[in-house]
Design a protein around this ligand. Structure first.
Ligand SMILES: [Fe+2]
Ligand SMILES: [Fe+2]
Length: 193
């Protein structure tokens, strides 16, 4: 099948087909939001960055043992460009894939994937349950607290920031802002007061 540029609608349909769990969908929207925000800030292709963010964990629900590997098969079947597949698969470098993040897009995806989880947990302990008032320092305060968001591997985020040559504060700030733009769809707009 010839490669064609996938649309957001196609990416969304695939996501919904393979990810029925609400939390996984929300994670995909969060990563998409952050990737879009950073792409826009850097003058890159927002649509491409967002779409890759949306499908990066496509196989995780149905094929947890083949995470990263199966995504490649699923997207290839649909004729997705290798550039998109490589980027999606590289997010699991050292965990479920051997594809090293090389492009700026890939490095950002690698760096912010785990970070979105830390921002979610930081938002959920606030009285507002909202990402709208999460600050960089609140996220940093929990950096060394291993019991807080225990599943989030801080060393991956640090490694990603190092590859990008971007400071942690800036990376956290971008991640919060990107998630604020999609707060509604990730359920972090806050509780009405
Ligand atoms: Fe993943
Ligand atoms: Fe992910």
């Amino acid at each position: 099948m010839a490669e064609k540029i996938p649309t957001r609608q196609e990416a969304l349909e695939l996501l919904h087909q393979y990810n029925e769990t609400e939390s996984l969908r929300k994670h995909a929207y969060a990563v998409e939001g952050v990737m879009r925000y950073i792409a826009r800030k850097r003058g890159e292709d927002q649509e491409k960055w967002g779409i890759i963010g949306l499908i990066h964990d496509l196989d995780y629900e149905k094929f947890p043992d083949q995470h990263c590997k199966k995504t490649g098969d699923l997207l290839r079947e649909k004729g997705w460009p290798e550039e998109y597949i490589r980027a999606a698969v590289s997010h699991g470098w050292g965990i479920c894939s051997e594809v090293i993040p090389e492009t700026t897009l890939e490095k950002y995806l690698y760096a912010i994937d785990e970070l979105t989880g830390l921002v979610v947990t930081t938002a959920l302990i606030r009285p507002s349950k909202s990402v709208m008032d999460v600050q960089v320092k609140s996220v940093k305060n929990k950096w060394k607290d291993k019991r807080f968001a225990a599943g989030v591997d801080r060393s991956i985020i640090e490694k990603g920031a190092g590859m990008l040559n971007v400071g942690l504060d800036e990376l956290i700030d971008d991640t919060i802002k990107g998630m604020q733009e999609v707060a509604e769809s990730i359920g972090l707009k806050g509780i009405p007061v």
